[in-house]
Design a protein around this ligand. Structure first.
Ligand code: ADP
Length: 243
């Protein structure tokens, strides 16, 4: 479902990704862990072309871009449509209701009928445990509820892959569990997920694949044994600090 080859990205003189390769199967959960600044978010943003890599190939499903040459707009749009993004903080439209937030993309961007988008939005809200909150405004919801709306909103665009960038790190500790529970449900429903997280225990529970990033490269890659029995010194040192 996802294939990344030789991804390079610099910001000015700072080479942030120095050749990242990985694949992820459809229906699998990939967890990206690693020290702050190691390039995790940049990888996720590259998958959604929120960042334009300097070199490398990104393939999601049947959309591919080889960044050896600058991509044209149509290719960017095609690749972007394959993934939905959930950010650290939810980026909801504050002046729109929960339902309004969910139908905005499908109707405005994808030109889908309002009735259809509304019916689907209601199903998604139920899925994230927010049935009955259709008419609330984001400010009337807790941080955890807002983030669950953020997840439903990303799903409303019917992506093939969901990219989650530290979805719980901006939340008060008591709200983390409800958001992780929703992500766990999505994993159980065989969504293809790529998640940047510092929640080591959560990653150990739900991930099929773990990528440990360090200094812009995948330093260690494998199943959850990367977290339980790391082979690389730098993975061991990182986990010792986290647990
Ligand atoms: P992580 O998610 O692992 O914390 P990031 O991918 O966010 O790492 O960032 C990797 C490095 O790239 C950091 O040093 C960060 O400061 C730098 N960086 C990220 N985005 C930008 C940007 N838009 N401009 C300049 N530097 C950036």
């Amino acid at each position: 479902m996802i294939q990344v080859e030789g991804l390079h990205k610099s910001f000015g003189d700072h080479e942030v990704l120095t050749g990242v390769d990985f694949t992820a199967d459809g229906g699998s959960v990939t967890a990206l862990l690693g020290p702050s600044g190691s390039g995790k978010t940049t990888i996720l943003r590259s998958l959604n072309v929120l960042e334009t890599p300097d070199a490398g190939v990104v393939r999601i499903s049947d959309a591919t871009i080889d960044f050896a040459t600058p991509p044209d707009r149509r290719a960017v749009k095609a690749l972007r449509s394959k993934s939905g993004m959930v950010f650290q903080s939810h980026h909801l439209f504050p002046h729109k209701t929960v339902l309004g937030n969910l139908v905005e993309g499908p109707v405005q961007v994808q030109k889908r009928p309002v009735d259809e988008a509304t019916a689907e939005a209601r199903v998604l809200l139920e899925q994230v445990g927010l049935a009955g909150r259709e008419d609330s405004y984001p400010s009337q919801l807790s941080g955890g509820q807002q983030q669950r709306v953020g997840i439903a909103r990303a799903l409303a665009l019917k992506p093939e892959v969901l990219l989650l960038d530290e979805p719980t790190s901006a939340l008060d500790p008591e709200l983390v569990g409800e958001v992780l529970a929703v992500i766990r449900d999505l994993a159980a429903e065989s969504w293809t997920l790529v998640i940047v997280t510092h929640e080591v225990r959560f990653a150990r529970d739900v991930a099929d694949q773990v990528l440990f990033l360090d200094n812009g490269v995948v330093a260690e890659r494998g199943g959850t044994e990367v977290l339980t029995d790391p082979q690389e010194d730098r993975t061991q040192r990182f986990l010792a600090r986290m647990l």
